[in-house]
Design a protein around this ligand. Sequence first.
Ligand code: FES
Length: 179
Amino acid sequence: MTSKLKPETLAKADEIIALYPERRSATLPLLHLAQEDHGWICHEIIEWVAEKVGTTPMEVLGVATFYPMFHRQPIGKRHIRVCRTLSCALRGAYHTMEALEKEFGIQRGETAADGSVSLEFVECIASCGTGPVVHVDHELHEEITPERVKELADNIRATLSDPEYGKKEFVPGTAAWKG
Ligand code: FES
């Protein structure tokens, strides 16, 4: 049992486990579900997943540390990821990152002291023709040149006090919070 997750998340976990003939196969989906709710994978969640799928915390920890999409430390309210793979790098992703670092006053790999944003590089996110691309949580932003970073940063800051953020429909390639 864990006190870290909402009752609806716990109920959803049972639904997910029921989809698999082997409970252990639900390890990855449960980690995703827990991270969606709690924001990161703490030790209590590792133990909870292990108990739910009938394995050891060590095995779940192995899965959680193998995949880079799982966070082992708290991250900011907005998670900003800049693609640095070849196409985006050639189109200026490193300059985009530098501009974002300047805007938020943090370095890549860091979280702002007030917990507002985290900034990191990631590998290809499958929008190679429209780089440099930036993911903000689940939203894709294309052609984010250094000149467009200020606009993006202002939009990100605006979402921090927007109660509707995250409830709007995601439209690939658009700034959904403006829609
Ligand atoms: S190289 Fe950046 S999205 Fe593929």
